[in-house]
Design a protein around this ligand. Sequence first.
Ligand code: HEM
Length: 472
Amino acid sequence: MSLDLHDLILHALPSEHFLAQPRPDAALGPPVGTVDTTTLAAHDFDVDTRTGFMPPQPPITRLPPAWESWEELLDDARDGKLKLGERPDLSEDDKALSDRWRARVREMPVLPTDDLKLSELLLRRAHLVLAWIMHFYIRTLPPSTADVRVPAPLTLPLLQVSQHLQLPPVLTYSDDVLYNWALKHAEPLAPAPSLDNLRCVTLFTGTQDEEEFYLASARIELRGVEALGLMRATMDEAFVGDEIAIRRISAYLHSLSVVIADLTKLLLAVREGCDPDVFYHQIRPWFRGADSDANAPQWIFEGIERDPTLHAPVELSGPSAGQSALVHALDIFLGVDKYSHAAHMTGKAGQPAPAPAHEKAQASFLERMKLYMPRHHRAFLGHLQANPRPLRALVEGASDAKLTEAYNAAVGALKVFRDAHVRIVALYIVGPSRRAGQSGDAARGTGGTSAIRFVKSVRDQTASAVIPQPEA
Ligand code: HEM
């Protein structure tokens, strides 16, 4: 590891922080007799008390010089304003620019990834850079391309880095939201960034619409930190479980409703900066994964056979805020996930939601989206799910009118959030696709679902999770 790399890690994090420690190989596990610091409890879920699922410091924006050629390719794709290959108005110059850039990707040397594996922060940045390059590469191809071939200099490092992070080798919510921000100006005394002090580092289109689209989610993540604190306080009280604890939990649940109502406002505020037609036609096509269209060509990862530890990827959905651990944490904490993301809620396009009971079991949408979350956050959701004193059982068992009312208010607030989300999906996907005279797959979500039908059914299932008031 070079000196620069040491400096980079040490300056970004307190030295005792577990992410600053050398990282044991994920595939092999820690050496005998040492603690695996990648998967421990509490703050090792990489959930910060100030910024939640977002990192407390702005993410690093450049890899050390050994990987500069990746960074340069990403700079050039972004600064050169490469255009979508499917655009009908592409000029010959636009096509030549993209062709030349893609040739450089094919011709770049296969860079080793071993030194990246020493640091979680470098692995994250490497995943982000390589996944953005892959989406630029695939989405600038002409639409007539029969086989989408990801060249070996991209395949090998992207698959190796993804394997270590236990993530699919595709752009995820963490690459475009959680780890794609910087501060507009320094806020030395602020414990967490102010919601209006964020900017994005990497964009496909350079538009304000695209930036606002990512920042809407980032602001929701930051506002949601209070919800995480309320969950923790509730869980502590649930262990006591006496009358005072029940009163406190009721108060926490009312506070949670207020936080969720703020999340709804922040979600709807995306309309102020992001135009639905710009989003649908100019931004969203860049995100598309391999399953965004039933007739899309398969992605072939060239050179994969050169590394026997690698396997052909199966999960290749595009990024979706459905990969936000925050919203799912709310669901799981309230015990609503058994309704809103029940096993039959696969959301698969072309499939009714819920799917018929006789159909072969498929992973639920939530289970699938968990695979796209940073593994510490995935572990956090697993930890919440394994809570020995689940809130919903406590509310049902307590037969306390005020507690039931507070619980139902929180479930109701989540239902209202999802009402707003249905409106957003109608505005940003259904409307523009209809106006463009498209049908069928055009209205698929980037997570591969039949978008509007799926989000409506998640909303309806959420509403059905209210608990009847106990008999007086
Ligand atoms: C213009 C803004 C947005 C659009 C067009 C949109 C679209 C969609 C679509 C189509 C789905 C279905 C799954 C898929 O195939 O991807 C989905 C799911 C989901 N989205 Fe959004 N979304 C937007 C903003 C957000 C934001 C800001 C959040 C919160 C951070 C969010 C949270 C979710 C969640 C949690 C799901 C999973 C379903 C659920 O649990 O309700 N979305 N979204």
